[in-house]
Structure formats: structure tokens, C-alpha cells
Write a protein that binds this ligand. Structure first.
Ligand SMILES: NC(=O)c1ccc[n+]([C@@H]2O[C@H](COP(=O)([O-])OP(=O)(O)OC[C@H]3O[C@@H](n4cnc5c(N)ncnc54)[C@H](OP(=O)(O)O)[C@@H]3O)[C@@H](O)[C@H]2O)c1
Length: 333
């Protein structure tokens, strides 16, 4: 089968298509014919060998979230039909998703409704569930509250923009890194957009929230943006840290949260699935339903063949993408 293999860490040029052996499902596993695999920030971090919660031994096939059809069942697996559409979270050091076939543990495979768009399906967990749970579980968003969403054109952010409205947010403020991208954030339904390359962006958030700040503030960058996010937080507000894209350290002196009863909390999707699987699966199912019924319109930045993996990484790294990028392993170049 064809797969994108990295033989060394480095720039996007290390991503190259190779012929590799088709994997075989072991006991309790399912072989998935991959129709679409999402390109996620974690793949970039792994490719660069930047610090990450789990190591990526070489050679590696990146990509941890795939959608496709059940191709074969390993020993002891009976509850999936061959050919059924599924979403799968892949295990293992490199993950194995930028490939025509991938193996997943049966507990990490979720059925999809017949006819569900598989390009969208592969974005459901990292982008969709992260957006859903940062707002609802970690952010405890309530009807009528205001929310600040940075990276509002990114994978997680573009889901979060729409989900915030779905959860009844009274005011949705999207953040982006240029005036032109802010225009796009407004076109995508935010009530306000702020360019966080301007140092006074927390003041702008305060202005549009009547001087209070946002009730829920998401942070995916850390460093300077984290410090500014604290300044943009309302009394009783929840600041949810779910990424550190800037790679800069963040500083928190807990006592500053005390006077205004504020909360700073973290979110990591993999450990939600591991530690609270039922609630994560509920979020997944809710997203499937919202998309199936046309209530959520997932922003797609592009669909590329495996040979487009390097281009996809470059587009994300240079912050040009609007929505999710997916690779289609059976698409010819
Ligand atoms: N904790 C979790 O479970 C979890 C799950 C998914 C993702 N994440 C993390 O969340 C972050 C966003 O993921 P994503 O999939 O939404 O990525 P993405 O699609 O690449 O979007 C990220 C957006 O963030 C903005 N941004 C702001 N500061 C940035 C910086 N220093 N470097 C790069 N982009 C920056 C960019 O938009 P502008 O140029 O307009 O600012 C970019 O479009 C990543 O750090 C990722 O690791 C964490």
C-alpha cells in the first residue's frame, strides 16, 4: 500500500510517499481502508520532534484520526460489518494514518451513519470534540455568556465558532492573526473579531463585553497570548488552555485568580477519551448529529492526495489554512 513515511525529523520535505506493507489486524483490532485522514497540529509537532506527550519513533507514518470503511476484522472482533463506515483513533508511536490502510483497536473505532461525509468525519475528534469539550466541559459555557476563541479560522477554532452559538453563547468573539483573517472570522459568523497581533486586543474584548471581559476564554498558543488571555477574562470567567502553539512559556501566579473568582483549566482530548470515554463519545455523537442535520457546517481548507502531505503541513505552519486539511489516500496525484 502507499503511505507517507518520515525517515527523519525535520521540515515538511521529510514527508515522502513510499510503498509499505499493508498492516494486518491483530486480536481485538480492525483494519480500516482509509478514505480520509485529518492533518493535525500534533502531526507537525511529531514531524519536527518538538516536545510532545508521547514519543514518535522513526520511521513513522503520521496521522492519528482516520475515516474509512472496515476492511477486515482481527480475532475476537464481531460487532462491525465489513464495508461499514467508521471513524478510528489510531494508537502507536507514529500513529499510521497517512496511509491507504490502518489498524485500530476495536475500542477506538466508532461507527458512522451510512452516507456520512468521510472527509468531514476524520476531523470529528481532534478538531470537533476538542472544540465541543473545551467550551462545554472545561469551559462550562452557559447560555447568554460571552466567549473568546483564538485561532478562529483554524481546525479547532472554526468548529468552536459555530459550537459556541449552538451552546447559546450571547457573544462570540473570534481571534485571528491579521485584519484580513478577522474579516473572514466575521464572515464565518462571529459577532466580533479581534486581531491578536495588536497588543491592546484584551481591551478590545473588554470593550465589546461592556468592560467585563469574556466569560470563557480559550488559549491555544500560550506565552504572551496566555498572559493577555488572563487580562481578557471576566469575573467568574474560565480560561481553558488547550495548546501551546507559540512554544513560549506561560506564567501563572494563582493568587491573581482569587479576587475575581476566576478559573484556569486545561484540556487534552486524548486523555478525555482515555479517562472519561463516555462523555467524549457523547460529544462525538452530538457532533455527528449536528452535521448530519445541517446544523454545523465544517470548514474544509482542502482535500489532498498523500503526495500533498508536505503542502498541507506548510499551509498549516504558515497559518494560511481556513478550516481543516485532509489527505485522501486513494486520490491519485
Ligand atoms: N489539547 C488538545 O486536546 C488539542 C486538540 C487539538 C489541537 N490542540 C492544539 O491546538 C492548537 C490549534 O490546533 P488546530 O488543529 O486548530 O490548528 P490549526 O488548524 O493550524 O489552527 C491554528 C490557528 O491558530 C492560530 N495561531 C495563533 N497563534 C499561533 C501560533 N503561535 N502558531 C500557529 N498558529 C497560531 C493560527 O491562526 P491565525 O494566523 O489567524 O492566528 C492558526 O490558523 C495547536 O497548538 C494544537 O496542538 C490541542
Amino acid at each position: 500500500m502507499k503511505a507517507v513515511v518520515i525517515q527523519s525529523y525535520g521540515t515538511p520535505d521529510v514527508l515522502s510517499v513510499e510503498e509499505v506493507e499493508k498492516p494486518t489486524p491483530g486480536k481485538g483490532q480492525i483494519l480500516v481502508r482509509v478514505e480520509a485522514v485529518s492533518v493535525n497540529y500534533a502531526d507537525i509537532v511529531r514531524r519536527r520532534n518538538d516536545p510532545y506527550p508521547v514519543p514518535t519513533p522513526l520511521p513513522a507514518i503520521l496521522g492519528g484520526k482516520v475515516a474509512g470503511h472496515v476492511e477486515a476484522l482481527g480475532e475476537g472482533v464481531a460487532n462491525f460489518a465489513i464495508g461499514a463506515p467508521v471513524f478510528a483513533l489510531l494508537g502507536g508511536g507514529g500513529k499510521g494514518g497517512y496511509a491507504q490502510y490502518a489498524v485500530a483497536d476495536v475500542g477506538q473505532v466508532m461507527p458512522l451513519p451510512a452516507g456520512f461525509d468521510l472527509d468531514i468525519a476524520c476531523t470529528l475528534v481532534v478538531a470537533g470534540v476538542t472544540a465541543y469539550q473545551t467550551l462545554k466541559e472545561a469551559g462550562r459555557i452557559e447560555s447568554g455568556e460571552s466567549v473568546f476563541i483564538p485561532g478562529a479560522l483554524g481546525g479547532v477554532g472554526s468548529y468552536a465558532l459555530q459550537l459556541a452559538k449552538h451552546f447559546g453563547a450571547g457573544l462570540v468573539i473570534g481571534g485571528a492573526g491579521s485584519a484580513a483573517r478577522c474579516e473572514e472570522v466575521l464572515r464565518r459568523g462571529a459577532d466580533h473579531a479581534v486581531d491578536y497581533t495588536a497588543d491592546d486586543w484584551p481591551d478590545q474584548v473588554k470593550r465589546v463585553t461592556g468592560g467585563k471581559g469574556a466569560d470563557v476564554v480559550l488559549d491555544m498558543a500560550g506565552g504572551k497570548l496566555f498572559q493577555q488571555s488572563l487580562a481578557a477574562l471576566a469575573p467568574f470567567g474560565r480560561l481553558v488552555v488547550y495548546g501551546s502553539a507559540s512554544r513560549e512559556p506561560s506564567t501563572l501566579i494563582p493568587k491573581i485568580l482569587m479576587p475575581q473568582n476566576q478559573t484556569v483549566t486545561g484540556y487534552y482530548v486524548a486523555n478525555w477519551f482515555a479517562g472519561r470515554p463516555q462523555r467524549s463519545i457523547e460529544a462525538f455523537k452530538a457532533l455527528v448529529d449536528l452535521i448530519r442535520t445541517g446544523k454545523l457546517d465544517v470548514a474544509m481548507a482542502g482535500r489532498l492526495p498523500l503526495s500533498g502531505a508536505a503542502e498541507a503541513h506548510r499551509t498549516m505552519e504558515t497559518r494560511q489554512a481556513v478550516g481543516k486539511l485532509v489527505l485522501k489516500p486513494w486520490l491519485e496525484t
